[in-house]
Design a protein around this ligand. Structure first.
Ligand code: ASP
Length: 329
């Protein structure tokens, strides 16, 4: 047990050991490339315990007195609010900066200066930024841990961790699964991070995208190198029957230089009850959200639709990560 709750009616007994010996203490989370399969096992154990603790006691004081700066240069609903909920459920507090236009960024302040300012007031910084590599840059200047909450079309490591945790909680294991990623694989940072993480397991990956939105060659090369069997297709029907996890993404309108190109591909895939007629009964249907029409609302009550549960799992994973980098797990 990492967390113990010996008496359900009182505050849980928590391991406030020597922070400096915790392996993730003070570390930034920038890319999924940082994680080994052992790390993942550990994160998911902690996340699982966070889930049990929330179900049992709701909020507890593991991070009492700690402050998170939530710095978002791009829109966010789930990532920003689940980090806030995660911090508050652990007894900490949050400085929310989700409208950078009202901060000194609007006066031309550089990212390093904004980071150096916020770390004077906080213990950890969650950063979403439109530029690939922005979190890595921030981490070069910061003394406090930076957590990458999406760097342009680069990576979204905490989303990939929660996606993998969802697969584990829903399917019981990852090895042996056929995972199909569909939609905008070029600009979608969640699928970049997720396919890299999945390469640590014994899985088969199917990539389905319009030609202009296919998975970047660099990631396909990494997967090849790791020995992951991958198929690139344009039609879901070719692999639907064997698919265990179907991960759907929206076409990332904001990343197109020419909106006409977006218009051409935006409605290529729409998953409806008819689409899933020939899919497995225990398929797990996922989406990082927001959806803009790729999954019909008629599927929301289908037990295979896991995208709302996926959001909730995100809070437990983010609680685990905050506890880890702040030396409490
Ligand atoms: N919310 C996810 C992200 O920030 C997915 C998306 O926006 O399509 O990458």
């Amino acid at each position: 047990m990492i967390l113990q709750d010996k008496n359900h009616n009182s505050s849980p007994h928590l391991p406030f050991g020597d922070q400096r010996t915790a392996p993730w203490y003070g570390k930034s989370i920038l890319s999924v490339k940082q994680f080994s399969d052992k790390d993942l096992q550990y994160i998911f154990e902690v996340a699982h315990e966070m889930r049990e603790m929330v179900e049992r006691v709701g909020t507890f004081d593991l991070l009492k007195g700690k402050i998170l700066a939530n710095l978002f240069y791009e829109p966010s609903t789930r990532t920003a609010s689940s980090f806030t909920a995660a911090m508050e459920r652990l007894g900490g507090s949050v400085i929310p900066i989700n409208e950078v236009k009202y901060s000194s960024v609007a006066k031309g302040e550089s990212l390093p200066d904004t980071i150096r300012s916020l770390e004077c007031y906080s213990d950890v910084i969650v950063l979403r930024h439109p530029d690939v590599g922005a979190s890595a840059l921030a981490a070069q200047y910061a003394r406090k841990p930076i957590i990458n909450a999406g760097d342009g079309i680069g990576e979204h490591p905490t989303q990939a961790l929660l996606d993998l945790f969802t697969i584990l909680e829903e399917k019981g294991q990852v090895d042996g699964l056929s995972v199909t990623l569909l939609g905008d694989l070029k600009f979608g940072r969640t699928v970049h991070s997720l396919s890299r993480l999945l390469s640590l397991y014994n899985v088969r990956l199917n990539f389905i995208a319009p030609e202009i939105l296919s998975m970047p060659r660099e990631i396909i090369a990494e997967l090849d190198e790791a020995g992951v069997p991958c198929l690139e297709l344009q039609k879901l029907e070719e692999v639907l029957a064997e698919t265990d996890v179907l991960y759907v993404t929206r076409v990332q309108k904001e990343r197109f230089e020419d909106v006409k190109e977006y218009e051409k591909v935006k409605g290529t895939y729409i998953i409806s009850p008819q689409t899933l007629a020939t899919a497995k009964n225990d398929l797990v249907l996922m989406h990082p959200l927001p959806r803009v029409g790729e999954i019909s609302m008629e599927l929301d009550d289908d037990p295979r639709a896991a995208y709302f549960r996926q959001m909730e799992y995100g809070m437990y994973v983010r609680m685990a990560l905050l506890a880890m980098v702040l030396g409490k797990a």
